[in-house]
Ligand binder design. Structure first.
Ligand SMILES: N[C@@H](CCC(=O)N[C@@H](CS)C(=O)NCC(=O)O)C(=O)O
Length: 95
């Protein structure tokens, strides 16, 4: 299963909602607090192009913020993002 990483700050209702949603789905995550840590906040902004928290990654895929996560969840898209099984290579044409 691909790991989940959530950039957060301490006082952040959207972070609370994102973490709650992940917990409700039985998913564990690594929390990366960026408040008071300029290096991590810059890393987050560089990786996402966004400055708000939370910012959520599943594996290398940038999901976005809480509302993006909730939308992916609503569409039933979380299992596919969590699946780290390498894609099966197709047989070459003509073989
Ligand atoms: N639509 C965003 C909203 C995120 C948001 O507004 N986060 C607040 C903290 S809870 C924030 O980062 N505010 C600082 C800012 O807007 O620069 C989401 O769903 O994650």
């Amino acid at each position: 299963m691909n790991p989940i990483r959530v950039y957060t700050t301490r006082i952040c209702p959207y972070c609370v909602m994102a973490k709650r949603l992940l917990s409700q789905r039985g998913l564990s995550y690594e929390e990366v607090p960026v408040d008071g840590n300029d290096a991590l906040r810059i890393e987050m902004m560089r990786r996402t192009g966004r400055r708000t928290v939370p910012q959520i990654f599943i594996g290398d895929h940038h999901v976005g913020g809480f509302e993006d996560l909730a939308e992916v969840d609503r569409r039933g898209g979380l299992p596919a993002l969590l699946d780290d099984t390498p894609p099966r290579s197709e047989p070459e044409a003509g073989s």
